[in-house]
Design a binder for this molecule. Structure first.
Ligand code: SF4
Length: 311
C-alpha cells in the first residue's frame, strides 16, 4: 500500500472572475520512504496541492476527490483529527520563513513548542531537544541561535530553523514548500543537501520551481502545469530524457542546459486553453492538441505522461 494516494483531487476557489481550478483532477501516489519533487512554474497549483493534503485552505475552498494517507481519507477526517496529524505525522515546511516564523518568539522556543505538542516532553527537555534539532541543521552556534529572534538570522539560517521546526515532531511525511526560494546558489546547495540528509528514511513531497534542486533531493519528479500533472518519472529520467515538451522546456531553462526560457506565460486557471492546456506554448503542437484533452498515459511502472506525442 502506498503511503499517500491522491485520487482525482479537485481544489477550486471561487473568485470575482470565476472558479479558479488550482488543482484539477490530479492523481498522485507517494510510496513509503519515497521523496517526490513537484515542479512547475509559479501559479500552476503546486502549493495548493500541498495545502490540500495538509488541509490548510480557506473555508470557501471546494475540494473533491480522495487523499488516502496510510489507508485513511484525509478529506473525511474532522478538524480535530487533522490537528493531531499536522506537525506530528505529517509536517509542512512552509515557504517564506520571514513571514512564517513568529517575529516575537525566539526560534528555539518555536521549535520547542512543536516538540512539546507532539513529543510529550516538558518545557526544559523540549528546549534542549530544539537546540539538538538546530545543531542537526548545521546552523553555526545552535545554542546561541536558539535564543535569537527570526530578524536576527540570515535567510539561510531561517530556512534551517524552518526545517528543524518541520522535522521537530518526527513526521513520517514531510511537505517542503519552496525551501530554496530566495537563497543564493551556495546556501541553496547546502539546504538541498540538508533536506536530503534530514529526510532520509521519511517520505517527502518537495514543492519547487527549481528543477535542479528537485533532481538532487528527490527520487521521482511530477511536473505540474495549469492545475494538471503532465509527467511523472524518476528524477534521473526527467533530467536526462523527458518525453513531455513542457518538461523538455523546463530542462532547457536550467542554467546548465542553455538557460532558454519557455516562451509565453502560464494560462488562466479560470478558463484554461481547450485541448492540451500547454498547446498555445508548445513548439510541437498539432491540430488534435487544440481540440482534444490528452489523457494521462502510464508508460512504465510509476511513469506517466500527458501528451499525444508520447503514447
Ligand atoms: Fe504539445 Fe500536443 Fe503534446 Fe500538448 S499534446 S504537449 S500541445 S504535442
Amino acid at each position: 500500500m502506498a503511503l499517500l494516494d491522491i485520487i482525482n483531487l479537485k481544489t477550486y476557489f471561487p473568485s470575482a472572475d470565476g472558479l479558479v481550478k488550482a488543482v484539477d483532477a490530479v492523481d498522485l501516489r507517494i510510496e513509503n520512504g519515497e521523496r517526490l519533487g513537484l515542479i512547475g512554474e509559479t501559479g500552476c497549483g503546486k502549493t495548493v496541492l500541498g495545502m490540500s493534503i495538509i488541509r490548510l485552505l480557506s473555508s470557501s475552498t471546494r475540494i473533491q476527490g480522495q487523499i488516502i494517507y496510510k489507508g485513511r481519507d484525509l478529506l473525511g477526517l474532522t478538524e480535530d483529527e487533522m490537528r493531531l496529524l499536522r506537525g506530528g505525522e505529517i509536517a509542512m515546511i512552509l515557504q517564506n520563513p520571514t513571514t512564517s516564523l513568529n517575529p516575537v518568539l525566539k526560534v528555539g522556543d518555536q521549535i520547542a513548542e512543536v516538540i512539546r505538542l507532539h513529543g510529550g516532553l516538558d518545557k526544559k527537555a523540549a528546549k534542549a531537544k530544539a537546540v539538538e534539532m538546530l545543531a542537526a541543521t548545521m546552523i553555526p552556534n545552535p545554542l546561541m541561535r536558539a535564543d535569537q529572534y527570526p530578524h536576527e538570522l540570515s535567510g539561510g539560517m531561517k530556512e534551517r530553523v524552518m526545517i528543524a521546526m518541520g522535522l521537530a515532531g518526527q513526521p513520517s511525511f514531510v511537505i517542503a514548500d519552496e525551501p530554496t526560494r530566495g537563497l543564493d546558489a551556495r546556501t541553496k546547495a547546502e539546504i538541498v543537501k540538508l533536506i536530503r540528509d534530514m529526510t532520509a528514511g521519511r517520505s517527502m513531497l518537495m514543492i519547487t520551481h527549481d528543477l535542479k534542486a528537485a533532481g538532487e533531493a528527490c527520487d521521482r519528479i511530477a511536473v505540474m502545469y495549469a492545475g494538471e500533472l503532465l509527467e511523472i518519472a524518476s528524477a534521473e529520467l526527467i533530467l536526462s530524457d523527458p518525453c513531455h515538451p513542457y518538461t523538455q522546456g523546463f530542462v532547457h531553462s536550467l542554467p546548465s542546459r542553455g538557460l532558454q526560457p519557455i516562451p509565453g506565460s502560464s494560462p488562466s486557471l479560470i478558463d484554461p486553453p481547450s485541448g492540451c492546456r500547454f498547446h498555445p506554448r508548445c513548439p510541437r503542437s498539432m491540430d488534435i492538441c487544440q481540440r482534444e484533452h490528452p489523457p494521462m498515459i502510464r508508460l512504465h511502472k510509476g511513469d506517466f505522461v500527458r501528451c499525444f506525442l508520447c503514447t
